[in-house]
Design a protein around this ligand. Sequence first.
Ligand code: PMP
Length: 431
Amino acid sequence: MSNASLSPILKQATPVVVDHAAGSWIHGTDGRDYLDFTTGIGVTSTGHCHPDVVAAAREQCGKIIHAQYTTVMHQPLLELTDKLGDVVPAGLDSVFYANSGSEAVEAALRLARMATGRQYIVTVQGGFHGRTVAAASLTTAGTKFSAGFGPLMPGVATTAFPGALRLGMSEDDAVDYALKEFDYLLATRIDPKELAGVVIEPFLGDGGYAAVPQRYLAGLRERTERHGALLVLDEVQAGCGRTGKFWGHQHTEGLTPDVLITAKGIASGFPISAIAAPRAVMEKAWPGSQGGTYGGNAVAAAAGVATLGVIEREGLVENARVRGEELLAALRAELSGVGESAQIAEIRGTGLMIGIEFGDPSANAGTPDSAEGARLAAAVQKACIDEDLLTLTCGPTGNVVRIIPPLVVTAEEVRTGAERFGRAVRRVVEA
Ligand code: PMP
């Protein structure tokens, strides 16, 4: 018998052991076929094992696997940079590569401080930016991500999130309130002359699958610009087509970040991440502050090139928009008759980033303090598995079920998924 096993504190959301997977489907060693609406937490954008991605990675494995890009350059990274140039916002023409979202967040954080010569970073309640210590210091999607190993990195402050449901306000009022709180933070705690940047996801991911109101993002853009600070957008989960636009922030007209962070969906499952910024900003990073053994790995970069090619050729951004609308409508129809005991507070989504929040739906009693909401979400996520549908929960108390299909999901799979979800909710309510 082996004397090693996985860490006992790791939690697995499903009992599934994968035998193989293709497109939207995971085939378990238990002989069951699961419709995968988790995509490895928003990673397998082109579906599992897209033939073009598999072919590109296979071919690259036979050429060079690890070139180490600060030792020798390799072609996939040059190609990926070239291809990223077609999709990153105008002006963000300089790219640095790492392996994970957290590492890219840290690179953006270092850059913001070095480029401005200032120390303070402001993040927004409910944001998730990673698990490394600095990234965890920016993360407020739940205390479990930062409790127990403090002190966290200093120089970080958190500002209010304009969450209309939780605040019990209209969206307009919530945005006014949150922008006022931001200004108040700069009047009471952080002198704007010391503000390096604001780091925010354009759509809250792990913090609850909720859109950040566009007027709030625009308000932060105006304020960061006015104060000479950088707006850093964490597009790790919302980027690469997930919301029906290539980047989540493109739903806000005219918005351009100073630094954009991407990972997850960019290479369909191979670990690679990147930050993009104007060359003039990137040049201000101190020599030696960017690098790493594995960053921009050749096989991952080749998979990234293939992924961007598939997204473009197969029109996957548009597919995400259309299938997302269908899925949202189908879920609403499925759940319209389940009754009040299901405590569905909100069914929301943009593109294929869809959240079903559980909790007392009456005004101002939403979440995150609804224990019943968290119980229901967990029960529904489990019942989905019995229906051969894989989903995840999220939100500070786990009271949101998140649905993250691959961008290749078909109309039929959307219908199947919504039906299975509806059956899962009814199972829980009727239990
Ligand atoms: N930022 C966002 C928005 C994320 O969703 C995540 C991962 N869930 C991260 C950063 C961290 O990425 P990683 O797990 O690859 O370090």
